[in-house]
Design a protein around this ligand. Structure first.
Ligand code: ZN
Ligand code: ZN
Ligand code: FE
Length: 753
């Protein structure tokens, strides 16, 4: 009988793929074996021709939902060993050199059905999971991934669970985190002082009653504590905002099912598939209005929406007839709380009640956030479901550890032909944020048994990540490669898309350290291999008060007007006379007024000048408001930005905009003309650089309208537009770019000018 050798590459480990192969072989009377290999699985099967063909088809069509297949190749084998049955073999030896850590998976349909069926052992059990679903990364203490090295070590399997764990034909065969009401974790409801109110199903029911009464619930979720309130109640949302000191930043909302979600938001087929996938991210969707409270995403036409991804969320939402605001359990920008004492201490003033359980969360893993554009997922925050799955990086390179930026920080370990990017770790302004960065570094080095040969960090001397990298480089005597911020932005995209050819990279964002003493952020870089040159940039302007301008867009407006039209009056109406005097002095003397080429700050300035936003409650808020206004307009005009000698001069733009403002042009029209001006600028850069591939990245390209306008103009003239997709265009991608550059550095020459 014929025998096939099959190699499958992709995300097929930790998702029940080998048991699936085993069952598929048994069902077709095939003999042979399956085993893991570093980049996937390897199979040999023998039997009837038709059965073999059907087996191959099943590999593609019937694979477990969380599995991702990148490639399948098969060939017939001449030498026929005699197997009497089909076996799951121990992994090949090479696997130890490139272990992979599986990502957390959303509740699967089979487990959900089981949980909903009265009489089943796991009826309404909040920790139901199987080989295809459940916690992974958030509970792993060490590798290899086996139960004693997870947070489930404290819960020895009962007899019935043990039998399922050992049965190759069972869905729970070798599923490390499985549990049941007899042997597994339990939930309880406590008041803000930790006093027990209820346990088990009663805890869920009481928590639901609290939510319906407009109270704030802290819930220990999959990757840390979350805060929940009734998403249909303005007053409940207002209470959460007040207690969390979060005035305007949008909240995400969890809906029981796709039906109820579709009543609140417009959902395409592609979006529905992603919402229901094993990664189950938050998706930004167009909001229909009327269903959820108005203060959830004030002034924002879209809503971050998602579906329950753990049994606990599923059960809780099932007890309510309404969606819930579901946000990270933290104070402002600190990392999510994961341990119970810390949660009661830090969230005690925010939440009225705590829905907790006794399964430890070993590291914070936030919900991932993305958007579907042109049918494809673009992540803005990469965490649950995606991290820490590896990215294949076919470089023959030393092991590199990259420490990332300062905001939306991540780390990347590049080893054995793959880059592993950590989950979103948040900002590094708090001691908790810095501690999380340090803990994640330790975790990664331990998981992957990696000894970095070189380290990478940002050029910024004051980032906490830079300092940590410096300390480690000194302690271990390693080379530290300092990668310019915007170079790293472009390189992250090159790494993700595996591009080696020379490109023009437009890296537009809020700020990044420039080696010339200015703050960069409107950069056109020529990138080739690990090197870059600064082809062009936005004309610089001063920011009176420096960093304070991030929270006060009008300061950018003042600096821009001062620089470009020498007209103090142009932005003067945004300030009181007493406010203005010291700012003018700063500008005159050049004190505390760093110069910047940042397009993020240009967005702020324009938002303030067209009267959209004087202050910003959170980073990027002014730019977002400007985008939403521009999206309302069909105006086909554009302001002019003059590109000469690589310098993008915004003085014509500013003059035209101020003239529009004097004439009383409406803000939507002005916002639109500004967006179109930037798209024209992107095209002008591309035409003068003359490179076919143009990369659009940096935080500004989270702006959907800007990305669409630039893409349209550039591809209309034959340029190939490339954008990051699964690694965010914001600073979450910085560590990946740093690692990619450092890996290719020759050890001597400068990386860029
Ligand atoms: Zn399952
Ligand atoms: Zn059990
Ligand atoms: Fe950036």
């Amino acid at each position: 009988m014929p025998r096939l050798s099959i190699e499958i590459q992709g995300v097929v480990q930790g998702v029940g793929f080998r048991p699936f192969v085993y069952r598929a072989a048994l069902a077709r009377n095939l003999t042979g074996w399956v085993r893991n290999r570093p980049d996937g699985v390897e199979i040999e099967v023998q039997g009837e021709n038709a059965a073999l063909e059907d087996f191959l088809r099943a590999m593609r069509d019937e694979k477990p939902a969380p599995a991702r297949i990148h490639a399948i190749c098969s060939h017939t084998i001449k030498d026929l060993p005699a197997d009497s049955a089909f076996a799951i073999l121990a992994s090949g030896a090479s696997e130890t050199t490139r272990p992979s850590v599986p990502a957390d998976l959303a509740l699967c349909a089979d487990c959900k059905a089981e949980m909903d069926t009265p009489g089943e052992r796991r009826y309404r059990y909040p920790f139901t999971n199987c080989t295809y679903c459940g916690p992974r990364y958030s509970i792993i203490a060490d590798l290899p991934y086996d139960r004693p090295r997870t947070a489930m070590r404290a819960f020895p399997l009962c007899e019935a669970c043990e039998a399922q764990y050992r049965d190759p034909s069972d869905r729970r065969f070798h599923a490390q985190p499985i549990a049941c009401p007899v042997c597994g974790p339990r939930v309880s409801l406590r008041d803000a002082n930790g006093v027990l109110r209820a346990e088990g199903d009663a805890a869920l029911r009481e928590a639901a009653v609290d939510l319906l009464a407009g109270r704030v619930l802290a819930m220990k979720g999959l990757g840390g504590y979350q805060l929940l309130v009734d998403a249909t109640s303005d007053s409940a949302v207002a209470l959460l905002r007040e207690r969390k000191h979060r005035e305007e930043k949008p909240f995400a909302v969890m809906f029981l099912d796709l039906d109820s979600l579709s009543r609140a938001c417009e959902v395409s087929d592609a979006e529905a598939a992603i919402l229901q996938s094993a990664e189950a991210p938050i998706l930004l969707l167009k909001c229909r209005g009327g269903v959820i409270a108005k203060n959830i995403a004030p002034g924002n036409p879209s809503l971050g929406a998602f579906l329950p991804y753990t049994p606990l969320h599923e059960l809780l939402l099932g007890l309510l007839d309404r969606p819930l605001v579901c946000t990270s359990g933290n104070l402002s920008d600190e990392p999510m709380c994961i341990n119970d004492d810390e949660a009661f201490e830090r969230l005690g003033d925010v939440a009225d009640a705590f829905l907790v359980h006794n399964r430890p969360v070993l590291r914070p893993v936030d919900d991932s956030v993305g958007r579907v554009e042109g049918g494809a997922l673009h992540l803005l925050r990469r965490a649950r479901g995606f991290a820490p799955l590896p990215l294949s990086v076919p470089l023959d390179a030393p092991v590199v550890l990259a420490f990332g930026g300062h905001m939306k920080s991540t780390i990347t370990l590049l080893t054995g032909g793959q880059a592993v990017v950590s989950q979103h770790l948040g900002d590094l302004d708090s001691p908790q944020g810095i501690a999380l960065l340090s803990r994640t570094v330790k975790d990664f080095l331990n998981f992957f048994q990696a000894a970095p040969a070189r380290l990478a960090c940002d050029l910024h001397p004051d980032y906490a990540s830079t300092r940590m990298a410096e300390r480690m480089a000194k302690a271990r005597g390693l080379n530290l490669v300092r990668v310019q911020h915007h170079h790293a932005h472009v390189a992250a995209c090159l790494a993700e898309l595996d591009l080696q050819e020379p490109v023009l990279g437009l890296a537009w964002d809020g700020s990044g350290y420039g080696p010339d003493g200015t703050v960069w952020g409107g950069e056109a870089l020529l990138v080739e291999g690990p090197r870059f040159s600064r082809f062009g940039h936005l004309r610089t302007f001063p920011l009176p008060g420096g960093e304070r301008a991030v929270k006060e867009p009008r300061r950018s407006a003042l600096g821009l007007c001062w620089e470009l039209v020498h007209d103090e009056a142009a932005a003067a109406d945004l300030f009181s006379t007493t406010e203005l005097r010291p700012l003018h002095r700063m500008l005159e003397l050049g004190l505390r007024s760093p110069r910047t080429s940042s397009i993020g700050r240009l967005f702020d300035a324009v938002a303030a000048l067209v009267g959209i936003r004087v202050g910003a409650g959170f980073e990027g808020q002014a730019a977002m408001a400007l985008e939403f206004a521009a999206a309302e307009s069909n105006d086909d005009g554009a302001y002019r930005i003059a590109l000469e000698g690589g310098i993008a001069d915004t003085s014509p733009l500013l003059e035209e905009l101020l003239a529009d403002r004097r004439q009383g042009t409406d803000s939507a029209t002005m916002a639109r003309r500004f967006h179109t001006a930037l798209a024209d600028l992107a095209l002008a850069f591309a035409e003068s650089a003359g490179r076919e591939d143009v990369i659009l990245t940096g935080g500004c390209f989270q702006n959907q309208l800007l990305a669409a306008l630039c893409t349209e103009k550039l591809s209309g003239r034959g340029f190939r537009v490339r954008r990051p997709a699964l690694y965010p265009p914001n600073d979450g991608g910085i560590s990946l770019g740093q690692a990619w550059v450092a890996a290719q550095w020759d050890g001597q020459s400068d990386l860029g000018v």
